[in-house]
Structures are given as structure tokens and as C-alpha cells.
Ligand binder design. Structure first.
Ligand code: ATP
Ligand code: MG
Length: 562
């Protein structure tokens, strides 16, 4: 494609409405433009990348037997009422004013609608139906560019099977296809939430990438692949070395000392010698939760340990429960239920509140002084702690979901009456799975992940809108122009080429644009090198530059790209 006649509106400056790198660079490289909050237009260069990603997805979906559909985005609301999902989606669902239609945020209902009565017998199964199509979701905070749009493209597929075992097989096929898709796209991903294969009818896995724009915090081990949402992640924390000196408990006056930091400073001791108390209400009864030092309670783990929902006690409830206000509560003499984080097990010579305002107690030996404690893992894992599986260092960071595979079971088919007859002639609901990938998210995540520098994007061959950026440094010089035109024609036979044939752009401007757009190979045609019958190649990924003779050019580029 000739750049002179193309619409590739690059921007020199960082746009001020963009914060994350992928958003900034997609705007600056002329891939997208903003139409409204969370609504983006893909310009010609950006749309080429969408088509590349879609093609990879399509090939891998076809390879597992997927059949491509194209469903309407405009849906009669009645279908969504059959599964109660108008309520479930709430404000996220876009409604059409003065018509009973909604804009589909996903397509479980519509696929089930087509399967109902059409897939009648076990002999019709299995089926895998997919599409690559627009979804609409009224995301409350669309602020990271196409990573979270209000309109976006999703590859969504749906499997229909006759049993949980067969669903397991369809699910496994998708798992494999997803791994191949993300690998071909050049994405470094990890998988959270492994399902137990035998479970059929439930279980799901999320394919995630590390991203500052992510809204989930996860723990991930690079060595063994262990990954979990921090709400449930476990680790091997550093062991606390308790002071083992034998002493009886003693009361200390600690006026105005409330936080662990203040206590630590007041007594001039290490944080690990303090035990922090938090009161929660569970089934209307108070529970004292004891944590080491300044560690926060992981409330998801606490609910799991107690087997029921909890809430933090209100500040004005504390005195009636413990005898003291926040900052002076402690386990010694506390008569209600006490549970503690397992890191405190064996704790000796600890300091904690005295259940009397402005007093603390020292010399606490938990086994001796508070024998009723039960211990659980109640803390949130932190970066640098040991992986629970292999002991290597865990990373804790924010991540964003690229794709999701999900065993739905019979939730939708039962609600909508999509039944089939099994071998014994029994009528049963179809056993379903659903599987999604965000197409724009694949592109933005790719850019986010090390595939950029301060000058622009660094595409790989698989996603690049073109393979080669051919730069003629001076189109006004006839012999340069002539040779550039010839080379363009020759390269086009084998590669996808963007030819910077702009007559009025300076060499410096062309170099800057080429780095910003970030095609894998730049071929620079300048006067000096041409005297020796040579051009310069720049590999965008590494920044490496070298001269190649015109005769070897095609061969050299082939080696670099394949
Ligand atoms: P998230 O938790 O990030 O909102 P989700 O759980 O809502 O994702 P799914 O409903 O499982 O996502 O949708 C399948 C895929 O569609 C996601 O894995 C993601 O890649 C993509 N996706 C979801 N919401 C958006 C969005 N607002 N913009 C772009 N892509 C999206
Ligand atoms: Mg969502």
C-alpha cells in the first residue's frame, strides 16, 4: 500500500485522554480514533490487525470442528427474559428505546434459541458453533482504550453435547485451541482457575495477561505456572522468628497508641512481635481475627474459613463486644470466638491490645494464654513469597482477561427448553459450554506486553498490518524514485508492503513514523547506500541495522521474517 495515498494519521504527541501504553500507541500510530467513551473506530491500519487476529482465531476454531455463524446484535428482549439475564446484566445491557430490543452483550441465548428443536437427538451432537462478532456492554468505566470498550469484537463459541463427559472433551478442544491462538499471536499468557476435569457441568479457566490496565489482582509463578486470584491464592510466607524468652503477660499503658505502626514505634519493636485484632460479624456473632503485624485480613479466605458471609464490625459496636475501641482490642481475656492467621501459630512474647482503651498487653504466649484459637490461612499473598507448589518466587500483579472457557452445563438449555433425546429415548437438556476471546483485547495486550518502546509499536509478523515498511528517503530524486518503485513491485510479490512514497515528508519524519507504526522490517532506500547498490534494513524488534545488496534483499527479508 502506498502511504502517500493512505489514511494513516499518526500523532507526534501523546494524546491526553489516554493513559495505558496500548491506548496511547494505537491512537498515535493511526490504528484507531475515539468516537465516544469506550467507542472506537478502527482505521485502515488497525482494521488490518483485526483481520489478522480474526484469521488466526478462525483457523484454530475451524481446526477443532467449529462452524462459523453470524448472529444479529439486535435481539428481541423476550429471549433474554427466558433466562432472567435482563436482570442479571442490569445496567450493563444496552436497551433500545421505545422498542423491546436489547443489544447483545454475549450470545448464549441466541445460540440456544437456534439449538432448541434443531438439535433433537444425540445423533446430532456434538456441535461447536462460533462467530466473530460485535458485542455491546455498558461498561461503567471505559478508560483503557479498546481493552475495555462499550462495543467490541468477541470470538464466542458454544458447544452442545449429550453428556458431561462429552462436554469435557469439547472443553479440552477449546483449551488447546486457545493455547495455540495466543501462542501464534505472540502473547505471554497464564491460566487462572483450573477446573477439575472430572467435574463436567462446571469449571472454567481464564486466560490472563499481566497489565496495569487489569482489574483483577493475581498471584503467578513463572516457574511452575501456578496462578490464582489473590482472593484465593496461597503462598509459603517467610517464617516468623518469635522471641522465645519465657515471661508472664504484663499490661503496658500506651496512651494514644492505636495502629500497629504506632505500637511498634512506641515500644521500639519489630512489627512481627505485634498481633493485630479485627472484629468481624458472622451470623450476627462477633469473631476476633488475629493477624501478624500489619497484615490485612483477606475477607474471601475468612468467609471460607467461617463457612458463611461476614462483615467488619462497625466502630461503634466494638466497645460492647470487647470492652475497648479499635486500636486496643486483643485476644487475652476476650471471651468470644477467636481465629488467627496460621503464621501466628506458636507465637510467643507478642504484643496486642488489652481490651481496655489506651492499654496493651505484652509477653503473650498464644498457646498458653489463648488456647482456644483456631488457625487458618487468612492473609493475602504478597510478591516475593514462595510459590505454594514449587517454592519459587511468586509475582503479585494486576492482570486482564484475554479469554475465558466455561462449562455451562444445562443452565441455558434447561431454562430455554433446549432438549434432545438420548440413546434410551429420554429427553434431556443439551449440555453446553461457552468460550470467549476479545479480539481488540488481544491486539492491545500484545502492544502492552513488551512489544513497544518509547518510539512506538513493535509488531511481530503474525499481527503486523504489513510485514515491511519501505522508505524512500527522497521521492523527488528521479533515480531514487525509480529504484524504489521497482523494489516495491518486487517485494509485493512476496510480502505485505507499506511504501512510504510521500514526496514532501523529510527522512527524519519518515523514520519516526516507521518506528511508531512499528512494522517488523524497515527497508531504507537512500542515495549514499544506493551508490554501492545497497539499501539499509532495520529490524524494529531489536533495533539492529545493516546494509544488504539489492540482489540479496528478498532472500534476506525472507530469512528475517520466517
Ligand atoms: P472482564 O472481567 O474483563 O470484564 P468478562 O468476564 O466480562 O471480562 P467475558 O464475558 O468472559 O468477559 O467475555 C469474553 C471475552 O471478551 C473476555 O475474555 C475479554 O477478552 C473480552 N471482553 C469482555 N469485555 C470486554 C470489553 N468491555 N472490551 C473488550 N473486550 C472485552
Ligand atoms: Mg466484564
Amino acid at each position: 500500500m502506498r502511504q502517500n495515498k493512505s489514511f494513516i494519521p499518526t500523532l507526534k504527541e501523546n494524546p491526553n485522554d489516554a493513559a495505558v501504553p496500548s491506548h496511547i500507541l494505537m491512537l498515535r500510530a493511526g490504528l484507531i480514533r475515539t468516537l465516544g467513551a469506550g467507542i472506537y473506530s478502527f482505521l485502515p491500519l488497525g482494521y488490518r490487525v483485526i483481520k489478522k487476529v480474526s484469521q488466526i482465531i478462525r483457523e484454530e476454531m475451524d481446526a477443532i470442528g467449529g462452524q462459523e455463524f453470524h448472529l444479529p446484535a439486535l435481539n428481541p428482549i423476550e429471549i433474554w427474559q427466558e433466562t432472567n439475564r435482563v436482570e442479571a446484566f442490569g445496567d450493563n445491557l444496552f436497551h433500545i428505546k421505545n422498542r423491546d430490543y436489547v443489544l447483545a452483550p454475549t450470545h448464549e441465548e441466541i445460540m440456544t434459541f437456534h439449538a432448541r428443536r434443531a438439535l433433537q437427538s444425540y445423533k446430532d451432537l456434538p456441535q461447536t458453533w462460533y462467530q466473530i462478532q460485535t458485542k455491546f456492554r455498558n461498561e461503567p468505566r471505559p478508560r483503557s482504550g479498546v481493552l475495555r470498550g462499550r462495543q467490541f469484537l468477541m470470538k464466542d463459541s458454544y458447544s452442545f453435547d449429550s453428556s458431561n463427559e462429552n462436554l469435557d472433551a469439547s472443553y479440552k478442544l477449546h483449551d488447546g485451541a486457545y493455547r495455540r491462538i495466543f501462542k501464534r499471536c505472540g502473547l505471554e499468557y497464564f491460566v487462572v482457575g483450573a477446573s477439575s476435569g472430572a467435574m463436567g457441568g462446571s469449571g472454567s479457566e481464564e486466560f490472563m495477561v499481566q497489565s496495569d490496565a487489569g482489574e483483577d489482582t493475581v498471584a503467578h509463578c513463572k516457574s511452575c505456572g501456578y496462578s490464582a486470584n489473590v482472593e484465593v491464592a496461597e503462598s509459603v510466607p517467610a517464617v516468623i522468628k518469635f522471641n522465645t524468652e519465657e515471661r508472664a503477660v504484663y499490661e503496658i499503658s500506651t496512651p494514644n497508641v492505636k495502629s500497629i505502626d504506632e505500637l511498634r514505634g512506641f515500644l521500639n519493636i519489630d512489627e512481627s512481635r505485634c498481633a493485630k485484632s479485627r472484629i468481624y460479624i458472622c451470623n450476627e456473632k462477633p469473631v476476633l481475627v488475629l493477624m501478624s503485624g500489619n497484615e490485612e485480613v483477606n475477607e474471601t479466605k475468612l468467609e471460607k474459613a467461617l463457612g458463611s458471609a461476614i462483615r467488619p464490625a462497625h466502630p461503634d459496636e466494638l466497645k460492647a463486644i470487647s470492652g475497648a475501641d479499635a486500636g486496643s482490642i486483643g485476644p487475652v481475656g476476650y471471651t468470644g470466638t477467636i481465629i488467627a492467621d496460621s503464621r501466628l501459630f506458636g507465637g510467643k512474647n507478642l504484643f496486642s491490645g488489652a481490651n481496655k482503651n489506651d492499654f496493651h498487653i505484652g509477653g503473650i504466649d498464644l498457646a498458653r494464654d489463648v488456647p482456644r484459637i483456631t488457625y487458618y490461612d487468612l492473609r493475602a499473598v504478597k510478591s516475593g513469597e514462595g510459590c505454594i507448589r514449587c517454592g519459587s518466587e511468586l509475582g503479585v500483579f494486576t492482570a486482564i482477561e484475554l479469554g475465558h472457557i466455561f462449562k455451562l452445563g444445562t443452565k441455558y438449555s434447561a431454562a430455554m427448553g433446549a432438549l434432545f433425546k438420548d440413546e434410551a429415548g429420554r429427553e434431556l437438556p443439551l449440555v453446553m459450554g461457552s468460550y470467549g476471546i476479545g479480539v481488540e483485547r488481544v491486539i492491545a495486550c500484545f502492544i502492552e506486553q513488551q512489544h513497544h518502546d518509547e518510539n512506538g509499536i513493535k509488531w511481530n509478523k503474525a499481527l503486523a498490518p504489513f510485514h515491511i515498511h519501505l522508505l524512500c528517503l527522497n521521492m523527488k530524486k528521479n533515480h531514487l524514485k525509480e529504484i524504489s518503485e521497482k523494489l516495491y513491485a518486487r517485494l509485493l510479490e512476496k510480502f505485505e508492503v507499506l511504501f512510504d512514497d510521500r514526496p514532501d515528508a523529510t527522512a527524519g519524519f519518515k523514520f519516526k513514523d516507521a518506528d511508531l507504526i512499528g512494522l517488523p522490517i524497515q527497508v531504507v532506500i537512500g542515495e549514499k547506500k544506493l551508490v554501492e547498490n545497497k539499501v539499509e534494513i532495520k529490524v524494529r524488534e531489536t533495533g539492529e541495522r545493516f546494509d544488504v545488496s539489492l540482489d540479496d534483499l528478498v532472500e534476506k527479508i525472507s530469512q528475517l521474517l520466517f
